[in-house]
Design a protein around this ligand. Structure first.
Ligand SMILES: [Fe+2]
Length: 290
């Protein structure tokens, strides 16, 4: 049985996000992982240029999309999952614990049209759950830490890790979002590091580490174990937790955090229109008390 899926990456420079089309060559059955819905914060303009590029690529390759996957509720870009589902008819899947994240943001944004149970998604994937992809299988690995509901997807020799790890010269994902936890991330990454060293690892973001002049998003488990700045072999849990926690105190809020989570907890649907037909995103304000 072929265990080497075809993978093509689409990089969105505006949000530094990498979306993937992955498919079984024999059957031409495909999955989309971590799509992007374009959004211009200043004007409120939503567009589907990036998602349409995925659709064109899929059509040109003659692929049939069986699954639209997100690795987690992203905080740095809007997901095009709902738009793609409308075009392709494929179900939207995410890690089974997404309800926890929805619950948090229901409260933060005071929104009651979000279930808190993940019912906006078509399938909630348990740890170890497998989906067919032609002659291949997609195995879900729960890898919480960056958020409480992060999942990684193992397809043959290709592992899609979302925001757990970045390139070896850049390190690991932040753990200071609601429900994030550095210790949990360490343990999730050790699970990924237990896979064969030759496993191809595909990341959800790249920001170009200092001294590197090109974007890169593919590495291997072996390379991460040998070289990852934050968590290579020999870095213990306590050392990692201390580094990650200190570093997180110095990071600023992602530019698209507030729009992203409001759309992504709705599985990529925009908020419902108000009585004038317009859809709005909320900004919760922090106001000084005098
Ligand atoms: Fe993220």
């Amino acid at each position: 049985m072929n265990t080497v899926p075809e993978v093509v990456a689409h990089f969105d420079e505006a949000t530094h996000t990498v979306s993937y089309i992955v498919w079984d060559k024999a059957s031409q059955r495909a999955a989309i992982i971590d799509s992007v819905l374009d959004f211009e914060q200043a004007s409120g303009q939503v567009s589907t240029k990036s998602a349409d590029a995925l659709l064109s690529d899929i059509a040109a390759r003659g692929l049939t999309v069986d699954w639209i996957l997100d690795t987690h509720v992203h905080a740095d870009h809007l997901s095009a999952a709902a738009y793609l589902k409308g075009k392709l008819g494929a179900p939207i899947c995410i890690g089974a614990n997404v309800g926890k994240v929805q619950g948090t943001f229901r409260t933060v944004f005071n929104i009651d049209d979000v279930s808190g149970k993940g019912t906006e998604f078509d399938c909630l994937l348990a740890d170890g759950e497998k989906l067919p992809l032609g002659n291949l299988r997609i195995e879900t690995l729960h890898t919480p830490g960056h958020t409480p509901a992060c999942a990684s997807y193992l397809i043959g020799d290709a592992l899609f890790v979302g925001d757990t790890l970045f390139m070896p010269d850049y390190g690991t994902a932040r753990c200071d979002f609601p429900g994030g936890d550095a210790r949990t991330l360490y343990r999730s990454i050790q699970r990924l590091f237990a896979l064969p060293a030759s496993t191809r690892m595909f990341l959800c973001h790249d920001y170009k580490a200092p001294g590197r002049d090109k974007f890169v998003w593919e590495t291997t488990v072996g390379e991460q174990r040998a070289k990852n700045l934050h968590i290579h072999d020999g870095i213990g849990e306590e050392e990692f937790v201390k580094m990650r926690t200190e570093r997180d105190t110095k990071l600023s809020t992602p530019a698209l955090l507030l729009p992203s989570v409001q759309v992504n907890v709705r599985a990529g649907q925009l908020p419902p229109p108000e009585s004038n037909g317009t859809r709005y995103l909320k900004v919760p304000l922090t106001v000084p008390r005098h």
